[in-house]
Design a protein around this ligand. Structure first.
Ligand code: AMP
Ligand code: GLY
Length: 426
């Protein structure tokens, strides 16, 4: 199969690595990719916002399957663009329709969807600018802490957890009145705070059936001990010791099945991943958020633990045959530690040479590129999150220690990573 993967981060390097192992893949293109994905296939310089260019490439290169890594092209309707074209509609498309991607792209859509299908989530109310006064009144009598969310996509930054009413009203005003997140905060969701342990469950669905992939937890805060600012993710681990069969049963019955059935009942086209961002409140699972894609850096531990041929899974998904598939999971633990640029997530410099990438590390370690670029044969830093070092281990401790050991040998100006990924489980 001639496959095109869209995206350029650590998640896409992990996807490219997995796609490249498939017996079906020949060849693999990645657009735009990074120096890591170039080791798994051929990078092509396409802009993932440019649907016409993507369509033209697929047509000219007789692409059989397209796999979309990030949410943006999905939320902007890439699936619908392909389905509206007589030739492009024949291509196996892994990713939901624009309507399906609203589960991630609009918190208001996702909350209303969960209410319609009785899926457990935090109680909420939403406000637009015309309801500003009403919103302030609502906040004044709300129990603390208060969670305030921009409705739209805000690169993971659109959520504020406010410890007092003054802070909450200020944030509400910034989002709604001063357009803190532009279009994304034209509507604001105010939510009850849920106290518990977060975890992520990934499902691949064909719109009717689904398979559950290995679970993961990511570490969003920049500092050791979960302190400091939120980031795209500083590390991830899988499996999670606290996920018992009883908890998983509740997740499946109360959350996964009603979500898939809800999509089907509402005739929303959905072939692809659903990322359930969940929280375990005293043994009861609630949905914090949906994403319409794999997580980053969660994919860097989920995909290494998935034993199935991923193209086989994608074919089954596009043929609505996921009920015939059985997921096989590597029993080993996996951990990924993300090396970032000093100053991330606020300001940082790029363009520093990365050394130590070509040492002979053991088979237990995989190095996934995130923000890197190649110049004259050298690999340079090119973003906030630079590399994800994933290792397998008999347990999480062994996996994390292997990644940290490898990171001792990797260097660039301003390298920083958390050395406590998975700390609660070690
Ligand atoms: P989201 O973008 O919706 O995933 O929110 C970002 C982060 O904010 C989540 O990963 C949680 O840590 C936190 N969060 C969001 N909603 C809630 C909530 N209702 N209660 C507690 N924490 C929340
Ligand atoms: N790691 C969180 C996300 O991918 O949204």
């Amino acid at each position: 199969m001639r496959i095109l993967l869209l995206g350029s981060g650590g998640r896409e390097h992990a996807l490219a690595w997995k796609l490249n192992q498939s017996v079906w893949t020949n060849p693999l293109y990645i657009a735009p990719g990074n120096p890591g994905t170039a080791l798994c296939g051929k990078n092509v310089p396409l802009d993932i916002k440019d649907f016409e260019a993507i369509g033209k490439f697929c047509y000219l290169e007789s692409i059989d399957m397209i796999v979309v890594g990030p949410e943006e092209p999905l939320a902007n309707g890439l699936y619908d663009y392909f389905k509206a074209d007589k030739e492009l509609q024949k291509i196996y498309f892994v990713g939901p329709s624009g309507k399906g991607a609203q589960l991630e792209a609009s918190k208001s859509f996702a909350k209303a969807f969960m209410q319609r299908h009785k899926i457990p989530t935090a109680a909420y109310k939403e406000f637009i600018i015309e309801e500003y006064e009403k919103g302030v009144e609502y906040l004044q009598q709300h129990t603390l802490p208060i969670v305030i969310k921009a409705d739209g996509l805000a690169a993971g930054k659109g959520v504020a957890i406010c410890q007092n009413h003054v802070e909450a009203i200020a944030e509400f005003e910034l989002m709604l009145y001063h357009n803190k997140f532009g279009e994304a905060s034209k509507k604001v969701v105010v939510e009850e705070y849920l106290d518990g342990i977060e975890f992520s469950i990934f499902v691949l669905t064909d719109g009717e059936n689904y398979v559950i992939l290995p679970e993961a937890k990511d570490y969003k805060r920049v500092g050791v001990g979960d302190k400091g600012m939120n980031t795209g993710g500083m590390g991830a681990v899988s499996p999670l010791p606290f996920i018992t069969p009883g908890l998983m049963y509740k997740v499946e019955e109360r959350i996964i099945k009603p979500t898939i059935n809800g999509l089907r009942k509402e005739k929303i086209d959905y072939t692809g991943f659903i990322y359930f961002g969940l929280i375990n409140v005293k043994g009861e699972p609630y949905v914090i958020e949906y994403n319409c894609r794999l997580g980053d850096p969660e994919a860097q531990v989920v995909l290494p633990r998935l034993e199935n041929d991923i193209v086989g899974l994608f074919i089954a998904a596009t043929q609505k045959e996921l009920d015939k598939v059985k997921i096989r999971i590597d029993p080993r633990a996996a951990a990924t530690v993300v090396a970032v640029s000093r100053g991330y997530p606020t300001g940082y410099q790029t363009g520093y040479e990365i050394t130590g990438l070509n040492e002979k590390y053991g088979k237990q370690t995989l190095i996934f590129h995130a923000g890197t670029r190649e110049e004259e044969g050298k690999i340079l830093t090119n973003g906030g999150r630079v590399l994800c070092v994933t290792s397998y281990g008999e347990n999480l401790k062994e996996a994390v220690l292997s990644s940290l050991e490898v990171l001792e040998y990797i260097n660039y100006e301003g390298i920083y990573y958390r050395d406590d990924i998975g700390y609660e489980f070690i």
